[in-house]
Design a protein around this ligand. Sequence first.
Ligand SMILES: *Cc1c(COP(=O)(O)O)cnc(C)c1O
Length: 397
Amino acid sequence: MDRSPLFETFARIPLALDRGEGVWVFTTDGRRLLDFSGGIAVNALGHAHPRLVEALKSQADRLWHVSNLFQIPEQEALAEALVGSTFADKVFFCNSGAEAVECAIKTARRYQFVSGHPERYRIVTFAGAFHGRTLATLAATGNPKYLEGFGPAADGFDQVPLGDLEAVKAAIGPETAAIMIEPIQGEGGIREVSGQFLRDLRALCDEGGLMLIFDEVQTGIGRTGRLFAYEWAGAAPDIMTAAKGIGGGFPFGACLATNEAAKGMTPGTHGSTFGGNPLAMAVGNAVLDVLLEDGFLEDVRRKSLYLKQRLASVVDGHPDLVADVRGEGMLVGVRCVVPVGDVVAACRDQDMLCVAAGENVMRFLPPLNASEEELDEGVRRFDAALAALDQASARDG
Ligand SMILES: *Cc1c(COP(=O)(O)O)cnc(C)c1O
């Protein structure tokens, strides 16, 4: 590993993954693990879902790439489906979450520019946020640890504490263009704000002529049991991002907006070579078809309650190790008392993959189509991991 030709930007776990099937992944040396890391909320329908595999293969036989110089029917179809099931009127396709956020930032600034407010470019964001790793989205994220050593942070972002409406009001000035928030902070530790807070932000934006941006890169595409998490709050944004789950593992992202919000994004103002590529669009259409089937999201909500109840009873049995269960849908967090890395490693010893998040929280991100039995299996392995940690600490202490 120390001779790897790769950048050392990831502290990689020494498991070489070779193949996946539903909630399971297999290593090159034949180990089978229950995958509740879900590629960090990307594998919405698990691994190798037959309909996604079929969509990708048949598109691969027809057309891989043209250019956005031309019409791409699969792109129109997916945009139509997204617009038909959200607040939005318009969609821009790109390649990642950070690019979707970049597009959202540009769209908000450009809206103000063409509305007679070229001075409005600043965006209010929230402590604990994660918006990506490009230079602008890093500045929006505002985490000093991620910004260090990369020169001056991009100008135009004002961070306030999460859930603090007075701080938001105080941060809004004559140069403010927008407010940007994740309806549930994913990387920050499955941190929720109230629906009331999101509705209050909506009202502030309406009063001040500001754009409201929801970053739903992690919460979108059914992850919280609604197609997008804003539906829980009953407050729609003007601009919204999506990525992670949108291609079920095929990388792409999207920025959605109302007609009004997108009015400044005229020919030449933005672009992407790969964005909306036919392969990505074919898979994206298949993902959305499955999610929008009758009863699918309802089923996610039902299974989520079940998972959270089961996890809560496991958590109750180990108060010295873990504290509480939080989240919505298949975006579930367990706050740890001991270092979350120890819990993640103990789960791996039980052949189960999970991911850590901020605030010492362990994330469970099973595929949306995981069965109750598969969720049970995850809970059982989590319980066994905690029991092993208890035993180890009894031995050491
Ligand atoms: C993961 C994430 C991003 C960045 O997505 P990338 O595809 O890694 O660029 C942005 N916003 C949120 C809320 C995310 O969870």
